[in-house]
Structure formats: structure tokens, C-alpha cells
Ligand binder design. Structure first.
Ligand code: ADP
Ligand code: MG
Length: 228
């Protein structure tokens, strides 16, 4: 890991999608540039359909830009092959979505350990970290429960722990509070900010919630495929 204060640099990113009918391509991102410092917490906001998820997917290497460059921790993402990207995603990034995407047949503990299985069995260290993190989000007594036995907020907290289990540098969240009631959403927002500081993990979250955005150190507004 470099000591550079910059974790992520996007330069002149564009992302076009081919139109279904063979007409002009849909230009979602148009020459977007953005710098993210280590430890920052950033809200990405903008109207539905403006390209927030598209941007998050590019940062998370789940998709590739039509044009432009992305550097993460000093590495040019465009130059990495699929195996290298998979490793980077697994080890250095954590993902949270609007819906928890937990495995219904697995326990809380098993769900949290899923990202550690990419390279063999979960180690004693992994389990220790899982216990500690689940304790931290007040789920220490729920290790053997299944997702169906948890509330929406609890399930989302399990998803947060799963995203953090490999101690990523970057946590990416796409409308993490979108499916929660106001009180539960507030609590999750508070938790994300606390973990951002405690775990030294950079946080980028897409949100429609002004309240969640206000908790971040910076808000980035997408407009016409660029940062407004
Ligand atoms: N794989 C895709 N193929 C074609 N169009 C897409 C694809 N993904 C997203 N889009 C389009 O790109 C635009 C931005 O989508 P998205 O990033 O999901 O918006 P947001 O997350 O801001 O609501 C939308 O018009 C959407 O329909
Ligand atoms: Mg979206």
C-alpha cells in the first residue's frame, strides 16, 4: 500500500450503453473526473437514472468505462486482468446494496464469512474478526440465526459486517438505507460513519437521503454525466 493520501482517481470517465434498437448510444457518464482521499466519506447524489449506480459499479470494477482512466491505490484498474480484479474486489473493496443479498439458508456467522472463502476455508482469525464485528454492530447474540429471523435493519448490519470482513480499503454502498424505515435508516447511517472512522475504511455511498448525505464529509452531485 502506498502512503499517498489519494486512494482513488477517476479521470475523464465516460460510460455509454448501446441502445437496444441500434440507435445512438446512451451516454450516461460524460468525462467525469473525481479524486477520493483515504478515509473520506462521500455521498453520491442525483436524480434516479442519472448514473449513480453506473459510477459505483465502475469504481467497484464490476463494470468498465467506455473511456477514461481509474486508479485505485496507485494501480491502473484498466490494466488489470479478470483474476486480478476479482482478487482486488474480494480483498480491498466491500459492497453493500439496498437489499442485503444474504443467503437465506446460512446463519449470520456463515453469511459474514462468505467473502473469506474465496481463498479456502475461513481461518480462526476470520472467525475472530467476524465475532468482533458482529459484536460491534450489536449482533453478537445472533450468530446462529438465519436472515429470516432478523429485522430489516439487522439484516443490513450483517451485510455491513460481511462487507468489512476482509478489512477492505474502500466500502461502496448503493442506497444502503433505501429499504429501511426512517429510524432504522438513521441508525445505519450513524453506524456507517462510525465504522468509516474506526476501521479506517474510505466510504462512498449512493443515497437519496439528504440526512445520510449530510453525515458524509463530502457530497458529490451527478448532473448530465458529470460532477455538478
Ligand atoms: N447495462 C445497461 N445497459 C443499458 N442501459 C443501462 C445499463 N445500466 C444502466 N443503464 C441506463 O443508464 C442510466 C443510469 O442508470 P443508473 O446508473 O442505474 O442510474 P441511478 O443509479 O442514478 O438511478 C439509466 O438510464 C439506465 O437505464
Ligand atoms: Mg441506482
Amino acid at each position: 500500500m502506498s502512503n499517498d493520501t489519494s486512494l482513488l482517481q477517476l479521470k475523464d470517465i465516460s460510460r455509454e450503453f448501446p441502445s437496444a434498437e441500434g440507435g445512438a448510444p446512451l451516454k450516461v457518464l460524460r468525462g467525469l473526473s473525481m479524486d477520493v482521499a483515504r478515509g473520506e466519506s462521500i455521498a453520491i447524489v442525483g436524480p434516479s437514472g442519472c448514473g449513480k449506480s453506473t459510477l459505483l459499479n465502475l469504481i467497484g470494477t464490476l463494470d468498465q468505462p467506455t473511456d477514461g482512466a481509474i486508479a485505485f491505490d496507485g494501480r491502473n484498474l484498466i490494466a488489470l486482468n479478470d483474476d486480478e480484479l476479482a482478487l482486488l474486489r474480494n480483498r480491498e473493496m466491500g459492497f453493500i446494496f439496498q437489499n442485503h443479498h444474504l443467503l437465506p439458508q446460512c446463519t449470520v456467522m456463515e453469511n459474514v464469512l462468505v467473502p473469506t472463502l474465496a481463498h479456502g476455508r475461513a481461518t480462526a482469525d476470520d472467525e475472530e474478526r467476524a465475532r468482533h464485528l458482529l459484536d460491534r454492530v450489536s449482533l453478537g447474540e445472533r450468530l446462529s440465526h438465519r436472515p429470516g429471523q432478523l429485522s430489516g435493519g439487522e439484516r443490513q448490519r450483517v451485510a455491513v459486517v460481511r462487507a468489512l470482513i476482509n478489512q477492505p480499503q474502500l466500502l461502496l454502498a448503493d442506497e444502503p438505507t433505501g429499504a429501511l424505515d426512517q429510524t432504522t435508516a438513521d441508525q445505519l447511517g450513524q453506524l456507517l460513519v462510525e465504522l468509516n472512522a474506526e476501521k479506517n475504511v474510505t466510504l462512498i455511498t449512493v443515497t437519496h437521503s439528504e440526512k445520510l448525505a449530510a453525515r458524509m464529509t463530502r457530497t458529490v452531485e451527478l448532473k448530465d454525466g458529470q460532477i455538478a
